[in-house]
Ligand binder design. Sequence first.
Ligand SMILES: [Zn+2]
Length: 300
Amino acid sequence: MFQQTNPQFFEELSADIKGRKVNQIVDLIYGEVPLRKEDGSFWTPRIIGSSKQIEVHETFLSFVWCAIYSTFVKYLETVDFPQTNNRQGKAAYTANQDHLETATQMFDYARSLIVDFQKWNIDVSPNPEKYLAENRDFIEQTTLYYNSAVKFILCHEYAHLKFEHLKNIDKNTDKSRFCEMEYEADNFAIDSIMKGYFEPAHFAAEAQRLANEIGVIFGIVVMFYFKASTEGAKHPNAEDRLTNALERLKLEDNHPGWGIACTGFKFWDSQFGKNLVWDIENKSFKELYYQLLDQIKKEN
Ligand SMILES: [Zn+2]
């Protein structure tokens, strides 16, 4: 999926591999360890200057799947279904408490992976490997968004190698330069993905576009769940990256992407007790998003 991000992408990637900017092997690290290393840093994806490799850890991938599952199910049960009911003027869907409880458990499991590695219990918990046919709906949609989120993350890391960002960094590099490089990587990733949208006449154009858009959003939203503050020491604040991505994707005001971003804020809030006020009455998802964002900005 990464290689095929858009029709020209493979050629571009191959040229960077030949030009020795990028190592063709992604360093996928296996190990039953938590995301937080002993030195306090995290096993989040990064690039290695000496080998020009993109490094991704197995536990991080588990974390992303679980975080997407929980946020997506919560979005459906608490935001999307009630809206559909409103539109239809009847309660066609009622919130399923079991689904919501499972979503919370998956969120807790994802969060626990940051500090303490426990094996994913695939006999009991939702997972992409072993599940009943009747549960495939939430699971396979999650996997679709997960694949697309990982594609976005790989494109982002690839951009750091492509633009040789590590060459620009020394001990005097200030935060604004780090932020600039982060936005450059995000924007390259988003633009590359948008160039891969099917032609509007393609029968699957709308679905493919949606999967890509939501993947980008999840790729950023899951990073919120790491800590109570969205402020980055060297990175832009998580909410600013998210806003940049949502605007760059040119989503219409009631696009599910805004709704999912809002649900992400809420989940983060429930974990860290920010008590954000959620008032969706007569508002588009985009308006709700900016209202929540305002509250987060005041917190910071
Ligand atoms: Zn980056």
